[in-house]
Design a protein around this ligand. Sequence first.
Ligand SMILES: Nc1ncnc2c1ncn2[C@@H]1O[C@H](COP(=O)(O)OP(=O)(O)O)[C@@H](O)[C@H]1O
Ligand SMILES: O=C(CO)[C@@H](O)[C@H](O)COP(=O)(O)O
Length: 469
Amino acid sequence: MLVLGIDSSTQSTKALVVDADNGAVVAEAKASHPNGTEVDPAVWWEAAQNAIAEVVAKSPGRIEAVSVGGQQHGMVALDSSGEPVRDALLWNDTRSAPQAEELIERHGAEALATRTGLVPVASFTITKLAWLAQHEPDNADRVAQVLLPHDWLGWQLAGRPEQSWTDHGDASGTGYYSPTTGEWLPELLTEAMGGRTPELPKLLGPNAEAARATLPGIEGATIGVGTGDNMAAALGLGLKPGDVVVSLGTSGAVFAPAEKPSADRTGIVAGFCDATGRYLPLVCTLNAARVLSSTAHMLDTDLEGLSRLALAAEPGSGGLSLLPYLEGERTPNLPEATGTLAGLTGANMTPQNLARAAVEGMLCGMADAIDALRDTGAEVRRVLLIGGAARSEAVQAIAPGLFGVDVDIPEPAEYVAIGAAKQAAWARSGSAEPPEWEVAGTRRAVGDDTSGAAVRAAYAAAREQVHGI
Ligand SMILES: Nc1ncnc2c1ncn2[C@@H]1O[C@H](COP(=O)(O)OP(=O)(O)O)[C@@H](O)[C@H]1O
Ligand SMILES: O=C(CO)[C@@H](O)[C@H](O)COP(=O)(O)O
């Protein structure tokens, strides 16, 4: 049986046709998204249609089921005719930072963590809806229904039926859902929206068949419930206790499987649900892969050139530390921050040191995230490194020293789309647990650095000096 997995993430849509018997990828296609932190959802739909048409043309047979893993938290606010009232505000849009603070002032961080698993930051959907209510009340008045990016795409695939749906994993990133009861908290949504009461999608279980596809090429295929991109990656990797994923896409996301919901009152660890009926505590930064592409651009080289330069420098980058808050930052919560290059001298100001400082700075944020997960009780036996920037040789060589734990690199692949495909196969089979597909070609990374603690200490000192934290 062939199934289709779709990853609609920040920078692109990827579509994979997968053999449900063994998880082998038999066809793939990709379509780009525009840059920016607010986007007309129509561009995701166009990218999805293009990627699906391409992959269907390459597919050796009929596709029986499809599922979508989507970038988390994006606000897709629809009017009564199902049209977006404005462009979607994405997870990396920081304009709603004041609304996050207001929510915390009103309810208290601990109470919100207990109730929703989250302490609000600008990324979470609830803060975006509060921003909409305060800054665009006319648009807010027209909102009949609020969806997340993956909900909206699944609904499009089904021909926009009357009833929309979502899963518990993506719902847990909204700020108006309770991971402990598994239900919406509509009163929080209504309060954030100044008394307005938009509808929410129906919550479905992880292996539900949500609808049937109407899109030409996959008509009649089972549509799985879909999920957030990180939950889909976790499902695709088939995580075991002790596995921690560091996903280096547009965001840097660090997560581990858990049997119980979590409530971190510091707000560093978000208490998400996963795509299997369990939990996925997660730490996320706004600055990962693009730190490397921006630095490569500055140094007038490409990503391979950046990697070569970084590996030609000594660990510690000759005393340079980059705080890579190029898009503001979410963890730590510094939405207005910009990046800082600390420790410059005439002697250390080389392209090699700058390149290495970019890799080290991005990975120091990930190392802090691993520590934060550990502090909330996660077992950290090994790290699995995935996402676009995990393809960088420099990242693979520098991560083990900074993380201080074994780092495994699964063969580069689109694990979000693989997880979505697995969910599709699960929905089609109706079995109690998802299919077990082997993750091919995982190898242990060999670090080039034994002075990771010193590099992290220099990074922490620069952060303390610039941001006081
Ligand atoms: N070899 C590489 N070295 C560093 N970065 C890379 C490499 N290959 C891809 N990337 C980066 O990975 C990012 C895309 O990763 P991806 O996980 O698909 O992101 P997203 O899921 O956020 O759309 C791009 O920013 C791209 O520049
Ligand atoms: O906001 C989060 C997680 O909380 C991000 O991880 C988004 O889900 C976007 O992911 P990528 O596009 O970087 O994969």
